[in-house]
Design a binder for this molecule. Structure first.
Ligand code: DOR
Length: 428
């Protein structure tokens, strides 16, 4: 038998209210205690991890990633996606169903889970499709997918344009206790747009996507949430209007939650000025006013979660004219340092950050184990808040390189990622 002690770290866990210098004792892959208790003596091998001057948090959870397998293994595989996750400090990730074939049935869910077990590092929870083939015509098999292990439903990448279908989806999802994650986009308003609508798009000669393309769908899905009583989670919030509508729905007590991604609180549409296709993403990067509203939404709780929307694409899809380039950027390996910038800017405390990147995703997805409670699997992240580094895509574990953050100077990094008591990443 083995006992591990993570010694003297600053433990921050909003789930249990722990915030201070403590030792964490781990046995058989589970948390035995968090406190001043010493590992004791007994018939075990003792391993000690010195966490002095480091922060120890419940394992980070990224509830919005694209792992591309099956079907687009040249962009990412489940194995490389898992490696990118642990490199970024994540112990649990959820993967969206827009693979080839689409994850709209039990066999694809089984396949993903089998590959994830073989990768053997992070916990992977698949998200099933709302509609068969993501086509927005017929509902997928929710009961079958739930039994196979999906934790939520989404047509992410595509909106569910038909409101009646979304209503039925919410009713069935509620019956199966599955959360709907909505990619809010009105495709008629997006039209042929490729970046945010406004003067920058005009200057670049590119067709724009108005803010309302997102916010009308946020309003619609909140109305459907009210009609059906089913909880709804709004994915990748990018606009001021969306934040206001979500805040208002929460004030009215509706079961609405929301996430944003680091690119929406770090960048603006100006990142596209030199036609950088790595900054081409759906929804698009918006204005400084929107970015400020996203930061405020995170600060006041309108936005519950930070998720990366890790969307790997190869150079074949990105090194082309802006209009033709694929949407999306990779994020699992930059999410934590970019989010830590919100602490410096005063928008989040360390506790808030752990809420947005671990506790809230676990609560929203109703995962079995939340926080660092005794008896929970020892999933945790050790963070060095002082570690400065330059983001360099060539060092990424992801198979893809499509990041607009290459060359950014950042501070703060996961140095140990532990899943079920096993160190799966160590950069101490
Ligand atoms: O930019 C995006 N890329 N937005 C999405 O919603 C889907 C994603 C992808 O799958 O590439």
């Amino acid at each position: 038998m083995k006992r591990t002690v993570i010694q003297g770290g600053h433990v921050v866990d909003p789930e249990t209210g722990i915030d201070g210098l403590f030792d964490i004792v781990i046995e058989d892959g589970k948390i035995l205690s968090v406190g001043d208790s010493k590992p004791g003596t007994g018939d075990w091998k003792l391993e000690t991890i010195d966490a002095t001057d480091k922060v120890v948090t419940p394992g980070l959870i990224d509830m919005h990633t694209h792992l591309r397998e099956p079907g687009h293994e040249y962009k990412e595989t489940i194995q490389t996606g898992c490696l990118a996750a642990v490199h970024g400090g994540f112990t649990t990730i959820c993967c969206m169903p827009n693979t080839q074939p689409v994850n709209d049935n039990q066999s694809v869910t089984d396949y993903i889970l089998k590959k994830a077990r073989a990768a053997g590092s992070v916990r992977v929870y698949p998200i099933g499709a709302v509609s068969q083939g993501l086509k927005g015509k017929n509902l997928a098999e929710y009961g079958e997918m739930k039994a196979a292990g999906v934790v939520a439903l989404s047509d992410d990448g595509n909106p569910v344009m038909n409101a009646q279908l979304m209503r039925r989806a919410m009713e069935y999802a509620k019956a199966f206790e599955l959360l709907i994650i909505s990619h809010c986009e009105d495709r008629d308003l997006t039209s042929n747009g490729v970046m945010n609508e406004g003067v920058t798009a005009t200057r670049l000669g590119l067709a724009g996507i108005p803010n309302s393309s997102e916010s009308v769908m946020v309003a619609r899905d909140i109305a459907l949430c009210e009609l059906t009583g089913a909880p709804v989670h709004i994915a990748h919030v990018s606009t001021e209007d969306s934040v206001r509508i979500i805040r208002n729905a929460k004030e009215r007590g509706l079961p609405v939650t929301a996430e944003t991604a680091p690119h929406y609180f770090s960048l603006t549409e100006e990142a596209v000025l030199n036609y950088d296709t790595n900054a081409k993403v759906h929804p698009p990067l918006r204005t400084a006013k929107d970015r400020e509203a996203i930061r405020q939404g995170l600060a006041d709780g309108a936005i519950d979660i930070i998720a990366s929307d890790h969307a790997p694409h190869s150079s074949v899809e990105k090194e082309v004219e802006f209009e033709a380039a694929a949407n999306g950027l990779i994020g699992m390996e930059t999410s934590l340092p970019l989010s830590l910038k919100l602490l410096e800017k005063g928008f989040l405390s360390l506790t808030d950050l752990v809420l947005k990147m671990s506790v809230n995703p676990a609560r929203v997805l109703r995962l079995d184990h939340i926080g660092l409670k005794p008896g929970n699997p020892a999933d945790l992240t050790v963070i060095d808040l002082e570690k400065r580094f330059t983001i360099n895509a060539d060092t990424f574990r992801s198979k893809s390189r499509n990041t607009p953050f290459n060359g950014w100077q950042v501070k703060g990094k996961a140095v140990i990622t532990m899943v079920g008591g096993k160190v799966v990443f160590n950069d101490y």
